[in-house]
Write a protein that binds this ligand. Structure first.
Ligand SMILES: CC(C)(COP(=O)(O)OP(=O)(O)OC[C@H]1O[C@@H](n2cnc3c(N)ncnc32)[C@H](O)[C@@H]1OP(=O)(O)O)[C@@H](O)C(=O)NCCC(=O)NCCS
Length: 293
């Protein structure tokens, strides 16, 4: 299999809570990536549902880059043992599953695409979380300010206002990915405060602090927000909706029906043809009695 490692560019390195790399989508062709080798069956199905060649390529490039990083870090021995699985809101998580050994682990992960690049990251620690974003500088940030800025946002040495806006937006998008809501959480409710160059304290809409990092790569802001493993509280038990509860009840009913049908079948197995199960059992029992006396 093609060795991807020399082609991945490590970004925001040396962080204990996440590992991140950048790759070019064009690397797919240059390295002759075969999706059948790199994707787990459920990922191949998801890829089949994506519309448009551009979308499919960036989606695939992000998975290949993430798996290339996992192979390089020795987290998995084969790319298909790492599965990027989404929750109902579209937030990805990394499932490491090896059927041979029964090893099963879940890690936080995140991906982003922009122009020719894909950025991806995972959290090595159990229950660690990470969100990443790559954002090209754009003048639109000046006009979108009301959609993302908070009065308390602060950068130590702000570049021009387009750069500052791009950076703050990108850090907030990374945080929205870490908490799994996407933009729906309301960027103006997030506070981004740079505490030392390239490092920020990010307060989510609930006021919880997370660690942010950023780098500039030419015209692109590359950002990540991560939580140390111990910071992530266990998820509260999910409340099931009425529809889910009804579906569960129906499933249980069907299972019970199937089980009792199986039991009836077992009872009748070996019974004389046409004889009702109960009768046959009784006859068997009386035969047993007769032979005892
Ligand atoms: C998540 C979101 C911020 C991504 O922004 P984007 O600029 O479109 O795209 P990016 O390339 O940076 O990131 C895309 C990745 O985000 C991830 N993503 C999608 N929804 C996510 C969520 N709820 N939480 C965390 N990550 C999410 C996916 O992994 C996706 O990559 P993939 O499709 O290859 O798996 C954005 O799509 C979003 O907010 N979605 C939620 C829906 C929503 O609230 N919409 C309101 C619109 S105003």
């Amino acid at each position: 299999m093609f060795d991807l490692q020399p082609h991945l560019r490590a970004v925001m390195s040396g962080d204990p809570d996440f590992r991140a790399v950048l790759w070019e989508v064009g690397g797919l062709e240059k390295s002759g990536v075969d999706p059948a080798v790199w994707l787990a069956p459920e990922e191949a199905i998801e890829m089949g549902t994506l519309r448009g060649e551009k979308r499919r390529r960036e989606w695939l490039a992000a998975r290949v880059a993430l798996k290339g990083l996992l192979l390089a870090d020795g987290v998995v021995a084969a790319p298909a043992a790492a599965i990027v699985r989404k929750d109902a809101a579209g937030a990805p998580r990394l499932v490491v599953y090896e059927p041979d050994t029964g090893r099963y682990e879940v890690h936080g992960c995140s991906v982003s695409h922009s122009g020719a690049f894909v950025l991806c990251a995972y959290a090595p620690g159990r229950r660690g979380r990470v969100g990443v974003d790559i954002e090209r500088r754009t003048w639109r940030m000046l006009y979108l300010r009301r959609k993302y800025a908070n009065k308390a946002d602060k950068l130590l040495d702000p570049p021009d206002s387009i750069g500052a806006g791009t950076l703050v937006w990108s850090l907030k998008e990374s945080l929205s990915k870490l908490i799994g809501t996407g933009m729906g959480c309301g960027f103006p409710k997030i506070v981004c405060a740079e505490t030392e160059p390239g490092r920020c304290e990010m307060l989510d809409p609930a006021g919880v602090a997370h660690r942010g990092r950023y780098e500039w790569l030419d015209r692109y802001a590359v950002t990540a927000v991560a939580d140390p493993p111990e910071a992530a509280a266990p998820a509260p038990p999910r409340k099931h909706s009425l529809l889910e509860r009804l579906a569960r009840r129906r499933r249980l009913k069907r299972l019970r029906r199937e089980r009792s049908a199986d039991a009836r079948e077992n009872e009748t197995a070996g019974a004389p043809e046409g004889a009702p199960a109960g009768e046959w059992c009784n006859r068997e029992e009386s035969n047993l009695h007769a032979s005892r006396h």
